[in-house]
Design a protein around this ligand. Structure first.
Ligand code: AKB
Length: 316
């Protein structure tokens, strides 16, 4: 019997992963937590509690009381927001991960941990096209530095303490349920909301800025598949690169115009442009594919259709 703790259940990934895991393990076995109130379906569809991952004492009580066997630690300050509060973001991203890793080391009942890394671990000196799993990594954002350090710690705890910690380097995630908060790839979510609300969008990246992205359904499947994979097949102890589709703001706008011919986009690049330019344009996900069968199914066309339809429904 698995009992799962989700940290960051109110966020973009957490609000979807909680529901996915409740369908798999049963609603009473997935404990959703966050420092803020979560969407109604999370709160009403199973146990939910306000919990601060930085509060290690409360965390350990919670884990023991609910006989937790797996932790998904999703809380983080994302790339754009982290640049506004660098030292605080470093502290939150690193201390929270170290709390979870130490908890996993101390509590024998915890058998598996999931922690998301990001394409932000790469930097200007990384090859930007078809970025390999193993390559030069010199991130120059606080978020990227914290994710790269986190990957090294995950590998260290995996090897030294024989723990089972699994991780994915998510690209930009596109979803309609909960809006992303404070990332550089967020434009690719905002653009759909503004297309529905205002039929126009002012983009904070330049029109030809290409970034790797993934539709949330594919991200959920990838996460569950990795967590269910045979441990002997997992050659990467730090974090797996995945990425499904790469596109530019102009390409999304063109796709939106197939549904909304009058849609207007304007460009006003800000500090996030430099972040985006330091990240990969396309990702080589072959190691994830070989080790645990990563196989995304959504392209830009299919995703645009779903995003516009679902956001339109929310408006009503
Ligand atoms: C961000 O833009 O900060 C995140 C990420 C790619 O990790 N979406």
């Amino acid at each position: 019997m698995e009992n799962i703790l989700i940290i960051g259940a109110a966020g973009q990934i957490g609000s979807e992963l909680t529901l996915t895991l409740r369908r798999i393990y049963g609603e009473d076995h997935v404990f959703a937590t966050d420092i803020r109130q979560a969407p109604q379906d999370i709160v009403e569809g199973g146990p939910f509690q306000i919990l601060d991952v930085m509060d290690d004492k409360r965390l350990i009580h919670f884990v023991i009381r609910h006989k937790i066997t797996q932790i998904y630690h999703l809380a983080a300050v994302l790339s754009g927001n982290a640049e506004r509060i660098p030292v605080q973001a470093w502290d939150i991203n690193m201390s929270s991960l170290m709390n979870i890793l130490d908890l996993g080391k101390e509590v024998d009942e915890i058998k598996k941990i999931f922690w998301p890394s990001s394409i932000a671990v790469f930097g200007q000196t990384t090859p930007h096209e078809n970025t390999p799993q193993l390559t030069v990594m010199e991130p120059n954002t606080v978020y990227g530095i914290s994710k790269l350090a986190g990957e090294r710690w995950c590998e260290y705890y995996n090897r030294r303490y024989k723990m089972d910690i699994r991780s994915i380097r998510y690209p930009g995630l596109i979803s309609y349920k909960t809006e992303a908060g404070g990332g550089t790839t967020d434009y690719a979510v905002e653009i759909y909301y503004d297309a529905v609300k205002k039929n126009s969008y002012e983009c904070f990246l330049k029109e030809d800025t290409m970034l790797p992205m993934l539709f949330m359904e594919d991200a959920m499947k990838a996460t569950v598949d990795l967590m269910h994979a045979d441990p002997s097949k997992l050659s990467v102890k730090s974090s797996y690169s995945i990425g499904a589709i790469s596109f530019t703001p102009e390409e999304v706008a063109r796709e939106i115009r197939k549904h909304k011919p009058d849609f207007q986009i304007t460009y006003k690049p800000d500090f996030r442009q430099a972040i985006a330019e330091s990240w990969p344009r396309t990702i080589d996900a072959s190691v994830a594919k070989n080790d645990w069968g990563f196989e995304p199914t959504y392209n830009l066309e299919k995703m645009t259709e779903i995003m516009l339809r679902e956001i339109e429904k929310k408006k009503k």
